[in-house]
Ligand binder design. Sequence first.
Ligand code: GTP
Ligand code: MG
Length: 371
Amino acid sequence: NGKMKVGDIAIEMGIKATQLIKALMTNGVMGNVNSDLDFDTIALIVPEFGWEAQNTFKTADEIVVETAFGNLEAELVIRPPVVTVMGHVDHGKTSLLDAIRNARVASGEAGGITQHIGAYSVTTEDGSLITFLDTPGHEAFTAMRARGANATDIAIIVVAADDGMMPQTAEAISHAKAAGVPIIVAVNKMDKPGANPDRIKQQLTELEIVPEEWGGSTIFCEVSALKRTGIPELLENIKLLAEVAELKANPEKSGSGLVIEAKLEKGKGPVATILVKDGHVNVGDYIVAGSMKGKVKSLTNDKGERVDTVTPGLPVEVLGLEGVPAAGDRFDVVVDERTAEEVVGVRKEQAMAENTQKKMSLEDMFSKVTQ
Ligand code: GTP
Ligand code: MG
């Protein structure tokens, strides 16, 4: 990663290695023919011989961006917004999504607790699409809420009207703020006798989430997932925010996006749910997700249907990766297997370098403690 041996540098410049070693010594760097020099040292020493050093080392992210293919100049088109539903445990996130999708997931979940990120795209009345990510509200799932917030364009914070602001409500809000995404507050369970939306508005004001009708900028929607009321207004507001954000993508180039979740499944091998943010993914494409590569064997959409291609803003389940990537990893379609191998190689090297750095600083600390 950007390092070169003294002997090789001398050959490149057409000088003797001893000349280079001498020059290094006068600059206070001791070495021999086999010493590795880092880029900064090389850049400092080669001008003495009339040369200039250029760092051609590329990060994995740079390689995938530079090797993107397809129609790179195609006109950008509006893509569906990605909306993450977050909030305290049991405040009705999954039920609200069920109401929006006219489905029933919440009642089928083990113990009624969501344990993973679900991704669904919904066709609204005017035919436009919205992609929703469901997240668990249990306190153990902080990382999933953070990941959801990062993958998203809009955050819906669900607060039960009879319960009010709770620890994971505040935590979800801080994830959304950290990710810089606009927030809509859905005050749920409005059908309950103790429902008190004003109390929630008051509580959230303390977190600088101020409702529009109080002079702030946050939209509050009063809903009941159970009675299915207030849903059209909520969807309308999502569309409004999405329009303002002007979410556009080029569906004609090679795909990229994020891994939402991945696991090893019996009989299937590594299964990854990915969210395409730009470009498209086809069956048969070479793909890199984090430091895992593979060739797309199949794509299955959120309705369980096999598809040949996925466009921006949509989630899909991918088979064909050789290993399980980490949730939150970026993925890219790459032009061929060789590029896939190169990208994976660089990512692994980067990870190793970070590991040794961590180890070294631990050793430093240890030696300081024992001194
Ligand atoms: P986690 O994913 O575990 O964090 O929970 P959740 O936020 O997804 O909540 P879920 O949708 O599983 O609902 C929790 C409970 O609240 C269930 O018993 C629902 O039936 C109930 N519930 C959800 N929405 C409403 C509503 O609008 N009114 C009433 N009365 N009950 C609701
Ligand atoms: Mg849930």
